[in-house]
Design a protein around this ligand. Structure first.
Ligand code: SF4
Ligand code: SF4
Length: 308
């Protein structure tokens, strides 16, 4: 594995054509499984796919497909360093730090708690004495991988780091860079679960999102939140109900109706899917006649018509 340092630059909000994200209000709904099976369905239809694993807290596409990560690139973020010779101990940076990552011992420059620092750089901007210097820290990595003809780009947050946004931002820059040199028929983005900044940034890759949920009260609650978020971001959602039939599907239909969101697919609970999951094989190729594989194929047809 080779390593090259990369620098994070500004974030752009233009959305990629022929792309969609797979997301979810909560973890464990099968979001990555949906992303993978759709990516493989596009590939089987001779479409060139870029699959982006933007679930940077817990990227699992490489594991689920049993492929090796390669070409590690380091992503760095800001960490403040205080110049004792210039610092007047005014305390402005300490008061301005919303993460409470700084304290000011009497008669000394600020002391930093690096594990709490979000790298926002506010301390640097508010310091009246130019006493805050930049020290780079590693916040995570991006990697390449491939599965058959599918190109995979994935991000991974370093342990104990909190700047998921910087990794997602770097993934975005790398997608833009790739598009300058080659073309893809479709870009599929697997976001982290939840509604935090890293999810928002990943959702903003595309105009279309597939929130994946399950028929439980918690699934309905979290779907409500993610549908609120897609509305705010002006993204068109199409809901995928995974493990349909294991609970009360009407809970999910009610949330969809509330948000006028289409329930585009109900994927049945299917042991064939779990057997393939255990062997790191997508069900659309591992058990193509199983109920879940048939549901994925039907979903694929609808998504293809939506994004291509
Ligand atoms: S970079 Fe932001 S979070 Fe870190 S110490 Fe400075 S103000 Fe606080
Ligand atoms: S704002 Fe600048 S001068 Fe004031 S305590 Fe912080 S580093 Fe020192």
């Amino acid at each position: 594995m080779t390593e090259a340092e990369v620098t994070v630059s500004s974030f752009h909000r233009e959305r990629f054509p022929s792309s969609f994200s797979v997301t979810g209000g909560k973890g464990g709904t099968g979001k990555s499984t949906v992303a993978i099976n759709l990516a493989v369905s596009f590939m089987l239809d001779d479409k060139k796919v870029l699959l982006v694993d933007a679930d940077v807290d817990s990227p699992n596409i490489a594991v689920l497909l049993n492929v090796e990560k390669r070409n590690q690139r380091r992503v760095t973020g800001f960490l403040p360093e205080f110049d004792a010779g210039k610092c007047s101990q005014c305390g402005t940076c300490v008061e301005s730090c919303r993460a409470h990552a700084l304290i000011l011992p009497e008669g000394k420059p600020p002391v930093l708690f690096p594990e709490v620092c979000t790298g926002c750089e506010i301390c640097r901007y508010v310091c009246p004495s130019d006493a805050v210097k930049e020290k780079l820290k590693t916040v995570g990595y991006v990697y390449d991988a491939s599965y058959r003809d599918i190109d995979i780009l994935m991000g991974e947050l370093e342990l104990n780091q909190m700047e998921a946004v910087l990794i997602v931002q770097k993934l975005r820059e790398e997608v833009e860079e790739r598009l300058r040199n080659q073309s893809y028929d479709v870009i599929i983005v697997d976001t982290a679960p939840g509604t935090h900044c890293g999810v928002m940034r990943a959702l903003e890759f595309s105009n279309t999102a597939l929130p994946v949920t399950e028929p439980t009260p918690l699934g309905a609650h979290d779907l409500d939140l993610i549908l609120e978020l897609t509305k705010i971001l002006n993204i068109k959602p199409f809901v995928v109900l995974n493990r349909s039939g294991i609970g009360d599907d009407s809970l999910i239909r009610e949330v969809c109706e509330k948000h006028s969101a289409e329930l585009i697919s109900s994927i049945p609970f299917d042991m064939g899917l779990f057997e393939c999951y255990a062997k790191s094989i997508p069900v659309v190729t591992g058990k193509p006649d199983s109920p879940s594989a048939r549901a994925f194929k039907e979903l694929y047809g609808k998504i293809r018509d939506l994004v291509l």
